[in-house]
Every structure is written in structure tokens, then in C-alpha cells.
Design a protein around this ligand. Structure first.
Ligand code: ATP
Length: 441
């Protein structure tokens, strides 16, 4: 029988990681004779939901397994969730979903909604019921939403891969030992087929997280063998295990199609198009805001301090520039002017930067000063008076061109498509069966 096992919300800021449970389950299910029909799927969900611990990731394992081992498989999943989920954390509400057979269209659509919008637990429970999926929730059961979305997230369109390695349990919570030079060498050797290993501006290594979770490092890339080879090039403390996941990271799957300013929804990603309507302003902390207006209303677009040089691009906009803004709404969009957090920006057309300036002296070319409102100008150098002279118009050279602009890799969201992936999007028929070796041990 074909069995899909989706789960989510097992970790907390003080430890754990849903992908680690998946990695342990690969072992457990293989021991039960299961054959994986796809790489373990890591599905990143709407990055704007307020309940996420970190990257709003959920996982689904898809296996062919003998009907007689189904009960054992279900028990292993629940045992692992119960042993590794951090039940003491208020915000940890695990959910596990089992579905037999072909994934129905209703679940595929639900999954897309969970990536792009906010859905209710009621919706998830009803849908699970309708499609005869077993949904098991712990505490407030919110994890069922992510678990069901992972089951429906077949990722038949664009997708990427991530090699995730895990630490020996005795090392959890201690500083990670990853040889930075080996990461730079790996990045140079695999550039093009892997992405976001090193932040080019700061040289910061991006593959290793900082928290107490079991992940040692993760390498993202275009195909399973590329990320595996890259993963094995890194020198580090001993690994407990590693797994290659198939994922929607780096695909912009959350952004959907273009919406209008008035139809922005709370906590939801979106693409907006319109005209810059107010000059950019920088507030305390270095965050930059700029007004954007379309035919239905206005939003304030924000580029926060961690986005570094991206803010400089936003600062160079002027009213009248035509832009396409990619990002999401922070918090409730109920205020008159919702804040739209920028993930990237496409400058489609530049306005002319025309400024009124004092005229140049027609005699000596010196700069002139006003003699008072409506009283003309006087040359500072030769004293020539021009009582009828008016301000001249000067056009400033724009310090920005049209094109796509993104924050540096260190400030990109898991789902944001990095510039290096443009043109590499995958579509069409997929060979899903994982190619060995895709996990260890
Ligand atoms: P990690 O990345 O380490 O797995 P996380 O950042 O994924 O952690 P979770 O602890 O899984 O965060 O919490 C996210 C919670 O929000 C889950 O319970 C999930 O079911 C729920 N959730 C995710 N996306 C949505 C959505 N679009 N609408 C409603 N609930 C959602």
C-alpha cells in the first residue's frame, strides 16, 4: 500500500526539529521494509504566520509498505513524535496525518492555501475527514494543519533539494564545529548547483543554524546528487545521520499571483504592483519605509535593517517609479495603511528626477541667489541681476536602474527564490523515486 505520513509542529525554540524526526523515521520505516517513493518532502509553509517557531517547515514521507506492517509504521511515527516533540513548550502542538493511496486534488489545493494564506484547524480537520486521512493532534492540535499540507504538497512544479546533517545527541546545545574553510571550498566547487552557502557581502557561512536543535548544517541545491556531494565535502564534528530532502525552498511558492493593495490579507504573502507614492524614509534602527500606491489604495513597504544593502536600493526610489513588490503583510492588515515587508523588488520603470534649482548666470556661468520671492536672481560672482529670472529645472541622474533587487542571502526567507535560481525552475514530469545514496546510515 502507498502511505503518506505528514507531520509538523514538534519543535520549540529550546530544541528539536521536525526534519530530525523525519530522518529518524527513514531508519525506522526502512527497518519495516518500506520503500520510499519520493525523497522525504520538506514543505515550507506561509512564512508570515505568527505561530511558527522558525522556518514554518512541515514534512511528509511517502512509502510503499506491506499492509501487514501499517500498524507498526503508525506506531513508530507516533513514538518518535512523542519522544522528540517538546511538549512543555506552549507553542508546540504536534500533528500527524496518515493518508493511504493517491493524494486527492482537494489536499493538493489545501496545501497551496497553507503555503500562501492562513487556514483554520477546522478546515484542516474537515478536509482530513472528507478524504479519509487519519489526523492525530496533540495539545491544541495546530500541527495537523502543517501535517496535512505536507501530505498534499506534492511539489510537482519547481522544487529544490536540501542535504541536512544531524549532530550526535551528546553535542546538542554546544557550539557547532563546522570548518569554515571547507564550506568556502565546497561553495566554490559546487556554485551553480548549490545556493546560499556563504553570504557574499559578509563572508558569513549560512549553512549552519545557531540554535540548540539537532541540525548540524544544511546545503540547498538543484539536484539530489549535487547537495549530497556538497554535504560530504564539509569538514565538521561527527555526524549522527544525514538525509536529502525534496523541498519548495528557493522557489517563491508562497508568492502566488499579483494582488491589489486593498485585497492584501493579514499574515499573507503577496505581489503588488504600483507607483512609489512618497519618498523613502529611514527610521530609528535603520529600517526603511516607502509608500506604494495602486488603483485601489496605498501600503507602506518596509525594508528592515537586516536586509543590509537592499535598503540602499529602496532609498534610491522616488515618487513616480513603477515597481513590483514581493513580500508579505506583517500582522493584521486592518490599519488604514498595512505594512508590507519586502522580500524583493522589481523596478519596472523610473520616473525622471526633476528638481527646481537656482539658475546659472547667463554672463559668467556663476551660481545665482534669489533676491526674494518673485524678485528674480542675482549672480553671486559678477553681481548680474535678473529680476525676471525664474528657477531652472535640472534633471538628476538616477542612481538606480530597472531590474530585480533582493536582500543578500543572509536575509532571505527559506521560500524566496534566490537570483541564482532564475532560469533554473523545474517543471514537467518528475522522477520521484530517490536515487541512492540519499540518506545515511
Ligand atoms: P520548524 O521550522 O523548526 O519545523 P516551524 O517554524 O515550522 O518550526 P512550527 O512549530 O511547526 O514552526 O509551528 C507552525 C504552526 O503553524 C504549525 O502548527 C502549523 O500547523 C501552523 N501553520 C503553518 N502554516 C499555517 C497556515 N498557513 N495557516 C494556519 N496555520 C499554519
Amino acid at each position: 500500500m502507498l502511505l503518506h505520513i505528514g507531520f509538523d509542529d514538534t519543535d520549540s525554540p529550546s530544541g528539536g526539529c521536525t526534519t530530525y524526526i523525519a530522518a529518524r523515521l527513514v531508519d525506522a520505516l526502512s527497518g519495516l521494509g518500506a520503500r520510499f517513493v519520493d525523497y522525504p518532502n520538506l514543505l515550507r509553509l506561509n512564512p508570515n504566520v505568527p505561530w511558527k517557531t522558525r522556518g514554518n517547515g512541515a514534512v511528509c514521507l511517502r512509502v510503499e509498505i506491506d499492509k501487514s506492517r501499517e500498524e507498526d509504521a503508525l506506531r513508530s511515527v507516533l513514538n518518535l513524535v512523542e519522544s522528540y516533540a517538546d511538549f512543555d513548550c506552549d507553542n508546540t502542538n504536534p500533528g500527524v496525518v496518515f493518508l493511504e493511496g493517491v493524494v486527492p486534488t482537494g489536499l493538493i489545493e489545501f496545501s497551496e492555501r497553507v503555503v500562501k494564506t492562513v487556514v483554520s484547524l477546522d478546515d484542516a480537520l474537515k478536509l482530513a475527514d472528507e478524504h479519509e486521512a487519519s489526523a492525530i493532534g496533540f495539545k491544541n492540535m495546530r500541527g495537523i494543519i502543517g501535517g496535512l499540507a505536507a501530505v498534499g504538497g506534492l511539489q510537482r512544479g519547481d522544487h529544490t533539494y536540501e542535504f541536512l546533517s544531524y549532530r550526535l545527541p551528546g553535542n546538542w546545545g554546544t557550539p557547532r564545529r563546522v570548518d569554515l574553510d571547507s564550506v568556502v571550498r565546497m561553495d566554490e566547487a559546487t556554485g551553480g548547483s548549490t545556493f546560499n552557502n556563504v553570504d557574499p557581502e559578509t563572508g558569513r557561512v549560512l549553512i549552519a543554524p545557531n540554535g540548540p536543535d539537532p541540525v548540524l548544517y544544511g546545503i540547498r541545491g538543484e539536484d539530489p546528487s549535487a547537495v549530497r556531494e556538497a554535504g560530504l565535502m564539509v569538514d565538521s564534528e561527527p555526524l549522527e545521520r544525514w538525509v536529502v530532502f525534496r523541498t519548495n525552498q528557493g522557489t517563491d511558492a508562497h508568492l502566488g499571483s499579483h494582488v491589489t493593495a486593498s485585497s492584501l490579507r493579514p499574515f499573507s504573502p503577496a505581489i503588488l504592483e504600483g507607483l512609489v507614492s512618497s519618498p523613502p524614509r529611514t527610521i530609528q534602527g535603520g529600517h526603511v519605509f516607502v509608500g506604494l500606491t495602486d488603483e485601489t489604495g496605498r501600503v507602506d513597504c518596509a525594508a528592515y535593517e537586516p536586509t543590509g544593502p537592499f535598503r540602499e536600493i529602496v532609498r534610491r526610489l522616488i515618487p513616480g517609479d513603477r515597481v513590483r513588490a514581493y513580500g508579505g503583510v506583517r500582522g493584521e492588515a486592518s490599519s488604514e495603511r498595512p505594512t508590507f515587508n519586502l522580500e524583493k523588488l522589481e523596478v519596472l520603470g523610473l520616473a525622471r528626477d526633476l528638481r527646481k534649482v537656482n539658475p546659472k548666470c547667463p554672463e559668467c556661468g556663476g551660481s545665482m541667489e534669489s533676491m526674494g520671492r518673485g524678485k528674480g536672481f542675482r549672480c553671486r560672482r559678477c553681481g548680474l541681476r535678473g529680476p525676471k529670472m525664474e528657477k531652472a529645472t535640472e534633471e538628476l541622474v538616477r542612481q538606480i536602474g530597472t531590474g530585480l533587487f533582493m536582500p543578500p542571502p543572509r536575509a532571505q526567507r527559506h521560500l524566496s527564490k534566490p537570483e541564482v535560481r532564475y532560469g533554473k525552475e523545474k517543471s514537467g514530469p518528475l522522477r520521484l523515486e530517490p536515487e541512492a545514496p540519499w540518506h545515511w546510515p
